[in-house]
Design a protein around this ligand. Structure first.
Ligand code: MN
Length: 486
């Protein structure tokens, strides 16, 4: 229909504009750092998907496509946000061969007029974080909510290393530590209330110090080396540096925003494609397998000591975020850093035992129940399993003890798509999907109002469970057996 056609055209123009802008400043993946030009965008009439044609000076454009694929979730959410649409079109990226030897060079060169390194001032390179560590004496490091090995390992490691050189550092956690990670706590964490008390103490001390120069309180010793000339401070000694690890976005600080906001300056470190540069200083490297890799490199640059405990904490971050070095994010550099951590005395055996060899029986009982529900669809090309809230509760399994089910289903020979559906205690139905090949699970998730990546996606909807299971089975069958034509 004509009307929808117009909509497609308009949307295409908008997507081209937004994506071109993002290439100038927000997309930091090395694969996307070359000169890339969006030649045109073709959007389906109903706005469900869009094909983006681009051209670049790169010899091999598959890397550029990979870079786009990695950033796709972020790009879609930007498009959705900027255009105020709830569901941005699914995106496909195609190297524009027609352009290759024609007007391409002219087009690309005309782009050089735009200053490409006009990046937001708050995104900094890792080495630019070194002076921050040097300037401040007090640090509060923040883990993200639903804490994992990477966020805690990174925060603990940096805090311990800073203490080694006489600085004051604590890790502020917003929840109880997961049982499997308690061994890297090292007495260095504070919960929200304790952190608030600590800050109150710090501020009272600095106020008292201004009143009375001869105050012999212990804080004064802390500042001695900073104030060797006189009692003039550069401001940074007064406040603390707030560092958020594995940050991704402010919502992940849940309950601790007020503490974070009291920092004299904030630094975020992250490796998520969807990361938002919301802090005063942001280090974001998509290529890193874990934030712990960034912390390792930062410690080296800052010449901070990597003790056995520091090494163990960083090792935990890497071994968990790479799925024990199985995921595709594992790079030669990951292995080199891991080797260095082992040489520094990382306790790999203890880490392995605590994290991977301490399964509660409840988890296996729940797993048995989930496997009981398993069904194979489309002649074994899809696997689906589910569990209701009552069963989870009966077995006394924890929220995270149902994790990993869709991964498990995906590993079945011949399975191209897997789906695991769970009923939460509040009655909401949460589904996660994995794909090994052709099927775009983000597109399927989008049909339920969810999203994600081509190969890993999910959604949360209202129940009842059996209805969601039936619906999803239907969608999976359709995705696996596309009928040509309409
Ligand atoms: Mn991480």
């Amino acid at each position: 229909m004509r009307r929808t056609n117009h909509r497609g055209e308009k949307l295409s123009g908008e997507i081209k504009r937004i994506l071109s802008e993002m290439l100038q400043r927000e997309l930091k993946d090395p694969a996307l750092s070359g000169i890339i030009s969006i030649t045109h965008v073709k959007t389906a009439d109903d706005g469900s998907f869009a094909t983006v044609y681009f051209t670049s000076l790169e010899e091999d454009e598959t890397d550029v496509i990979k870079g786009f694929e990695k950033a796709k979730g972020f790009i879609r959410s930007e498009i959705g946000g900027k255009l105020g649409i709830r569901r941005a079109p699914e995106l496909r990226f195609v190297a524009d061969e027609a352009e290759k030897y024609g007007v391409r060079i002219d087009r690309l060169l005309s782009q050089l007029d735009i200053p490409r390194d006009e990046k937001p001032v708050n995104v900094i390179r890792l080495e630019e974080a070194v002076p921050l560590l040097e300037d401040y004496e007090r640090f509060l490091l923040f883990t993200h909510i639903h804490m994992d090995g990477d966020t805690l390992g990174s925060a603990v490691a940096l805090a311990l290393a800073l203490r080694e050189v006489g600085k004051t550092a604590w890790v502020v956690v917003g929840e109880e530590l997961p049982r499997t990670l308690q061994f890297i706590e090292y007495g260095i964490t504070k919960d929200t209330a304790a952190a608030e008390a600590l800050i109150a103490e710090w501020y009272t001390e600095s106020a008292a110090a201004q009143d009375d120069d001869d105050d012999d309180a212990s804080w004064a010793d802390d500042y001695d080396y900073n104030d060797d000339d006189d009692n003039e401070t550069d401001g940074s000694a007064e406040g603390f540096l707030g560092v958020a690890m594995d940050y991704a976005g402010k919502d992940r600080l849940e309950g601790r925003e007020a503490i974070f906001d009291r920092a004299a300056a904030t630094l975020c470190m992250d490796h998520h494609v969807t990361s938002k540069p919301e802090c005063e200083y942001n280090v974001i490297e998509y290529g890193a397998a874990a934030t712990a890799e960034l912390v390792f490199r930062l410690l080296k640059m800052a010449d901070l000591p990597i003790t056995e405990k520091v090494a163990t904490a960083l090792y935990v971050g890497i071994v968990t975020d790479t799925g024990r070095f199985q995921y595709s994010n594992t790079t030669p550099e990951t292995m080199e850093i891991t080797a260095a951590l082992m040489r520094a005395g990382a306790d790999t055996q203890k880490s392995y035992q605590e994290i991977f060899q301490s399964v509660r029986a409840e988890k296996l009982l729940v797993e048995r129940s989930m496997l009981d529900s398993m069904e194979l669809l489309s002649g074994g090309r899809a696997a689906i399993a589910w569990i209701d809230a009552k069963t989870i509760e009966e077995f006394g399994a924890g929220e995270d003890e149902t994790d990993g089910m869709s991964e498990k289903l995906r590993s079945i020979i011949g399975v191209e798509v897997s789906a695991f559906i769970k009923e939460r205690p509040d009655g909401k139905i949460k589904a996660s999907m994995r794909s090994v090949a052709e099927v775009d699970v983000a597109a399927i998730a989008a049909m339920f109002g969810g999203g994600g990546h081509v190969r890993a996606a999910g959604f949360t909807v209202d129940g009842p469970l059996d209805e969601v299971v039936r619906n999803l089975k239907e969608k999976l069958e359709i995705a696996l057996n596309p009928v040509d034509g309409k």
